[in-house]
Structure formats: structure tokens, C-alpha cells
Ligand binder design. Structure first.
Ligand SMILES: [Mn+2]
Length: 437
């Protein structure tokens, strides 16, 4: 059965195309700096938002009209697999991502859940044989079911911790079975609401133990995926342990996990943490831990995680700058952890939204590459820190000076020739780059 009958394969038609079902900027075969756009951008489709989500929010029921709405249970799960692979083919997606509960319904026990998963995973494996779409990452949903109310790996109850461990074990097996490139840990409810009843040290140490056990088990079964932590500062808990990249880096270092994890960085989580998307990418890149990206955007007028499709070209350009300076995303990719707005309830909107996001990052890639070719930011930064290249500045950088020497250098200085930061001039030039692609 076809679920998106009226839509044919989305193709690149160029910037002047009037066809809403065509890419205007994303041309998968076009080479940018020696690599095709498809190879660099490594787009992924988020199963949960696109096939499982129904447009419901805390104030109202789902609005989405989907051709699989009439089905339930395992029949619904199977229809979603069929629809997903038809969608992947039509949108030309190289990757997809899922949580366990997105693809198969939970049973009353972990044993029943695993049985449902096995059936759907076998079906997905069959579909993958005839599809170019690969699994970018999978993960365990340890946050939706009421048992995770107080956390999963940070739960105050040992049975909940064991249940979480069992689900992760299964997730690693599923990842191996489907050839996942990465395995993601999003903290979900790993945090706390109030210190009045919380043993923070025990919770964090238990979480680290869970990660170590996951590493051991993946080694044992020969699953060589890249492990990724996805920071988020708040929501659902008040204080999430993986607040941002810097906080999560300290956690990984404290528990000797830093050599085994990279980060999956989500734009909307960055802005919730009070950072820009590019800030989080930069912090991860500078420590060699930029692994993958959840490509979306938040609404800066709202204080919660809106998971919108990315359309802000400043943001996609600065993100692609970080990704290109990182030498690409390696085994990671750009996963559209994004949902159509509740009011965008028609099936066609799934295509419009992905086309918008794919074009926005394609523009970002082209503009960022052009700026790198021109040494645009590098030139600005190089000039700005010029005084550290020689003399006392070089001695500071090389660690060859002292407070005494620095005082002697500074003691009679009257005028320091500080230069303007020229942020407005830089932004105006960036606008020229964006308009001239
Ligand atoms: Mn989000």
C-alpha cells in the first residue's frame, strides 16, 4: 500500500523552481569542497515526530491527519514502517533515527516489549535491504512511561534502574542488528526536581555506572557504534544532569567516560540552556567531541522545546561553519528532530517541512564553505588576537612569563591601542555572503 500516493520523489529543481515538492538548494549530488551535499549533510528523519507524533500538546488532542490513523497496536506499528520507507525514498533520506517505543508498542512487561520490538525490527531490516536509508542512531525511550517519573538511570528505585538497563541492553542489540552508526543517550528524566529529597551524588554515580555497563555490553556483542550524549538543560526535570556540553563534558571526565562518548547537539536544547546553537557546537568541536546534530530550532519567544524545522539561515550557516571546521560529522549526521506545527496537520506538510529544513542546511553549507574558502572568520580572528603572536603576548601563550614580568611590562603603559570589534560590519558582510550564494 502507498501512503503518499500523490507525491512523487522529491528532486532538486534549483532556486527558481515554483514546485513546492522540489528542493531549491539541496542538490544531493552537487559537490562542495570535494564531497557531495549528501555525504556532508547526512540528513536523518526522526521517526517519532514524523510517523509516531500526532500533533497533540499539553492543552489539546492530536490534530494530524495520517493515512495510518485507523490502525492500532502492532498493525499500526507495521503500517508506520511501510509509510516510513516510502517517505524515506520520496524525500531521498540517507538516514533515519528512532526510540524503541516509536517503532513498536510497549507490552505489560519488558519481555513482551522486546517481543514486539523483535517483530518490527525484523520488518525494518527487510525494508532496509531494498532501501538506501540507513540507521543513523537508535535509543531507548526511558522517559515516557510513568515508571520513569523519578528518573531511569538516576531513579531512587533499583528496580527502575534495572528496567532502564534492560531496555538499553535491548537497544544496543537492535542497533547492532540494524547496523546503527551511533547510539544515543538523551537524559530524559535524568535530573531532579527538588534537592529536598535527592541524593545527587548517588544518582550521578549510578548514571555513570549505567554508561560504563552499556560500553562493556556493546564491546561484548561487537556493536561498534559511536556513543552520543545529548545535553538538555531543563524540561522535563527542573535540573537536568546533562545541562549543556560543558556540564556533560565535566561529568564524562569525572567518571572516566570522556574517551568513549561524543555529543549529539540539538539546536533547541542549546537555546534553552541560554546558549546559541553554534556555541554548543564550538564547545564540543574544540574538545574533539562533536558527534552528531539534532537539526531543529526553538521559538525564542517561548521558554520550552518547540522542535521546529530549521529555517533560520543565520543559524544553519553558523552551524555548518562549525561542522565544516570539524572536518564533517564523521559517523554522525543532521537528524531533523523537528515536528510540523500543530496547525500543519496535513500529510503534505511532512514533505514541505523536510524540504524547508534540507534546503536551509544546504544553503548553510554553501555559504559556510564560501566563507571558509575566503578565510572570512579566520582573517577577522587572526587580526583580533595579533598581539599574542610576538613579544609579551607570545610569552603568555607559551607559558613563559609570570605576574612579576607582566607587571613590569604593564606598569608604565599609558595608551593601549584597542581596536573595534566591528560586529556590525561582520554581520553586514555575512548578509552579502547569504544573498550571493
Ligand atoms: Mn527538542
Amino acid at each position: 500500500m502507498a501512503y503518499f500516493d500523490e507525491i512523487s520523489k522529491v528532486k532538486y529543481e534549483g532556486r527558481n523552481s515554483d514546485n513546492p515538492f522540489a528542493f531549491k538548494f539541496y542538490n544531493p549530488e552537487e559537490k562542495i569542497n570535494g564531497k557531495t551535499m549528501e555525504e556532508t549533510l547526512r540528513y536523518g528523519i526522526a521517526y517519532w515526530h514524523t510517523f509516531t507524533g500526532d500533533g497533540g500538546d499539553p492543552f489539546g488532542a492530536g490534530t494530524a491527519i495520517r493515512p495510518w490513523d485507523h490502525l492500532k497496536g502492532m498493525d499500526l506499528a507495521k503500517a508506520r514502517v511501510e509509510a516510513a520507507f516510502e517517505f524515506f525514498e520520496k524525500i531521498d533520506a540517507p538516514f533515519f533515527c528512532f526510540h524503541d517505543v516509536d517503532i513498536a508498542p510497549e507490552g505489560d512487561t519488558l519481555r513482551e516489549t522486546n517481543k514486539n520490538l523483535d517483530e518490527i525490527v525484523a520488518m525494518i531490516k527487510e525494508y532496509m535491504k531494498d532501501s538506501k536509508t540507513k540507521l543513523l542512531w537508535n535509543t531507548a525511550n526511558n522517559f515516557t512511561n510513568p515508571r520513569w517519573t523519578h528518573g531511569a538511570g538516576t531513579s531512587p528505585h533499583a528496580d527502575v534502574f534495572a528496567y532502564a538497563a534492560g531496555k538499553i541492553k535491548k537497544g544496543l542489540e537492535v542497533g547492532k542488528e540494524l547496523g546503527a552508526e551511533n547510539y544515543v543517550f538523551w537524559g530524559g528524566r535524568e535530573g531532579y526536581e527538588s534537592l529536598l529529597n535527592t541524593n545527587m551524588k548517588l544518582e550521578q554515580s549510578n548514571l555513570a555506572s549505567l554508561y560504563h555497563m552499556a560500553l562493556d555490553y556493546s564491546k561484548e556483542i561487537g556493536f561498534d557504534a559511536q556513543f552520543l550524549i545529548e545535553p538538555k538543560p531543563k524540561e522535563p526535570t527542573t535540573h537536568q544532569y546533562d545541562f549543556d556540553v560543558a556540564t556533560a563534558t565535566a561529568f564524562l571526565q569525572q567518571y572516566d567516560l570522556q574517551d568513549h562518548f561524543k555529543f549529539n547537539i540539538e539546536a533547541n536544547h542549546a537555546t534553552l540552556a541560554g546558549h546559541t546553537f553554534e556555541h554548543e557546537l564550538r564547545v564540543a568541536r574544540e574538545s574533539g567531541m562533536l558527534g552528531s546534530v539534532d537539526a531543529n530550532q526553538g521559538d525564542l519567544l517561548l521558554g520550552w522545546d518547540t522542535d521546529e524545522f530549521p529555517t533560520d539561515l543565520y543559524s544553519t550557516t553558523l552551524a555548518m561553519y562549525e561542522i565544516l571546521k570539524n572536518g564533517g560529522l564523521g559517523r554522525g549526521g543532521l537528524n531533523f528532530d523537528a515536528k510540523v506545527r500543530r496547525g500543519s496537520f496535513e500529510t503534505d506538510d511532512l514533505f514541505h517541512a523536510h524540504i524547508a529544513g534540507m534546503d536551509a542546511f544546504a544553503i548553510g553549507l554553501k555559504v559556510a564553505q564560501k566563507m571558509i574558502d575566503d578565510n572570512f572568520f579566520e582573517g577577522i580572528v587572526d587580526d583580533r588576537y595579533e598581539t599574542f603572536k610576538s613579544g609579551i603576548g607570545k610569552q603568555i601563550v607559551d607559558g613563559k612569563t609570570s605576574l612579576k614580568e607582566l607587571e613590569a611590562h604593564a606598569i608604565d603603559i599609558k595608551d593601549i591601542n584597542l581596536k573595534s570589534g566591528q560586529v556590525e560590519k561582520i554581520k553586514a558582510k555575512m548578509n552579502q555572503y547569504l544573498l550571493n550564494i
